[in-house]
Design a protein. Structure first.
Length: 317
């Protein structure tokens, strides 16, 4: 490459810069130009945007995937910049993140290292994740997740209102999530050389050969508890105001009108239709929570961990 020339990629998706940051050689610099849209002006980003924090730069693919991307589920109420700052502040996480770049990792290694990242993402202190006690007294990664999930639930219950979406996901859901994270990181790094079968890494292959994510392989709670959650929707249960849908559960026979068989929130209903229904039917409460999340992320952005604003970069082109 002629180092006297600047290479600029024009794209709408800001996360193209994530790929550039991870894969562009250190002695080169590639720019992403994001065209103006509506009331947002044109912006230019650099592959060296986070080079001032090397720990982030070398692990940015894992950080991007585990917090949610086009092919990996996002973690509810856990923003990217929030976890970027957490990762920056806890050096021990770097070794766990680096594991996801290694090919041929076993699922046990993925879960053991991923558990530390997920716990940190949800605010678990280092003293909980890695207590200074004899090894024989330490909890396994499974019990660490179970225990912290319980702590989060009890803490939320004390406040008088439990939002299940904000507490740590179930162990089963975390395992499926981490499988997809590992698959995506390997695909970004090695491309066509990856021979992993997606159906073994958090995806389910349908009859038409399309892939849909496996949310869980087990029930989220015992039947006795699930039966306590039902809805009284007069419609098709296609809004987040539906109690069952809000808690990530299909409707059941206890539901007042649909009885778990005549609405869009059933096990048999197609994944594509559910996704379409949810995207078109977000209620005001869901929008409010989203806006609060965006505000929190903006407030949590530190000057140490941020992408260049584009002005200085444009002057360098």
């Amino acid at each position: 490459m002629d180092v006297t020339k600047k290479v600029v990629i024009v794209a709408e998706d800001i996360y193209v810069v994530v790929i550039l940051t991870a894969l562009c050689p250190a002695d080169n610099e590639i720019f992403l130009q994001k065209p103006p849209r509506a009331n947002k002006p044109e912006a230019v980003y650099s592959s060296r945007s986070v080079s001032h924090v090397p720990r982030l730069a070398v692990n940015i693919l894992l950080l991007h995937a585990i917090t949610g991307c086009d092919t990996v589920s996002a973690t509810y109420y856990q923003g990217k910049m929030k976890f970027f700052n957490t990762f920056k502040n806890f050096p021990d996480l770097e070794a766990h993140a680096a594991k996801f770049k290694e090919p041929g990792l076993s699922t046990e290694e993925i879960f053991e290292n991923g558990a530390q990242l997920i716990l940190a993402m949800y605010g678990a202190p280092l003293s909980f994740r890695k207590p200074n006690i004899p090894d024989e007294c330490k909890l396994t990664w499974e019990n660490l997740l179970h225990t912290y999930r319980q702590k989060m639930y009890l803490k939320s219950a004390v406040k008088g209102r439990v939002n299940l979406g904000k507490i740590l996901p179930t162990l089963d859901a975390i395992q499926q999530h981490l499988k997809r994270v590992y698959l995506q990181v390997q695909d970004w790094l090695h491309g066509d050389q990856v021979t992993m079968d997606p159906s073994e890494w958090g995806w389910m292959r349908k009859k038409d050969d399309t892939l849909v994510p496996v949310q869980m392989t087990q029930k989220p709670a015992p039947d006795d508890i699930l039966e306590l959650i039902f809805c009284g929707c007069a419609g098709n249960c296609d809004r987040m105001s539906c109690s069952c849908r809000k808690h990530g559960l299909p409707c059941n026979v206890a539901c007042k009108n649909c009885e778990g068989s005549s609405c869009t929130n059933t096990d048999e209903y197609s994944v594509e239709t559910l996704i379409a229904a949810e995207s078109e039917a977000l209620d005001e409460e869901d929008c409010r929570l989203h806006n609060m999340s965006v505000i929190e992320e903006e407030n949590e952005k530190s000057s140490d961990v941020s992408f260049d604003d584009g002005v200085d970069i444009q002057q360098r082109i």
